[in-house]
Design a protein around this ligand. Structure first.
Ligand SMILES: Cc1cc2nc3c(=O)[nH]c(=O)nc-3n(C[C@H](O)[C@H](O)[C@H](O)COP(=O)(O)O)c2cc1C
Length: 181
């Protein structure tokens, strides 16, 4: 167990701002990351997720790179793997929701993927700093599907930042409702 009592996989995870450009995410590792996402729970087992994958020197990587914001390009470019996450928000080209929980379920699948990465000695940095409109034009997802986020996965170069802040456990249990009379 870690000093704060939670599982080391959770305690040791952090979002690196530097990746080792020489570290490869091979086919076996990639398969396990997707397998982990695949086994995430979802509302009604609807599995409203999809992943567009690119690794350095692959054509799909080149399709994604130009759409990174400068702030994320600084570190995401060196990661061994870039994952674009998509969810099925609507039923085809209607305005009907495919699932009330589509984004929630995608987030959980991504969490599974990132902890599988952590268990394999890889780090993940999820991010929104990219040109959503430009990337959507580039990938042209099927009707009803939308790009939500990206994840850079690879070998972290360096450790976590010294100061990492979180709200207290007490705060988790108190904030958004009034105390009972
Ligand atoms: C949906 C989502 C979007 C994020 N977008 C960005 C981003 O655009 N740029 C960035 O540097 N980090 C981004 N992050 C990473 C968070 O800033 C980071 O997880 C948070 O500061 C906590 O740090 P830690 O992951 O190292 O514990 C994002 C994380 C999530 C889950």
């Amino acid at each position: 167990m870690s000093p704060n009592g939670i599982h080391p996989l959770l305690a040791e995870r952090f979002s690196p701002c530097r990746f080792d450009p020489s570290a490869v995410v091979d086919d076996h590792a990639l398969g396990l990351l997707l397998e982990a996402a695949r086994w995430a729970p979802s509302a009604g087992n609807s599995q409203p997720w999809s992943f567009f994958i690119g690794r350095p020197r692959e054509p799909d990587h080149d399709r994604v790179l130009p759409h990174l914001a400068p702030s994320s390009a600084r570190w995401a470019t060196d990661a061994g793997l870039l994952v674009v996450t998509l969810t099925r928000r609507h039923i085809d080209d209607t305005s009907l929701l495919y699932s009330e929980f589509a984004e929630y379920d995608l987030g959980q699948a991504v969490a599974h993927m990132t902890f599988q990465a952590q268990a394999m000695g890889l780090a993940s940095h999820q991010f929104r700093a990219f040109d959503l409109e430009g990337l959507t034009k580039e990938l042209d997802p099927n009707p009803g599907w939308v790009i939500v986020s990206m994840v850079a996965v690879g070998k972290a170069a360096g450790g976590p930042p010294k100061a990492r802040a979180r709200r207290s456990v007490a705060h988790l249990r108190s904030a958004p409702w009034s105390p009972a009379e």
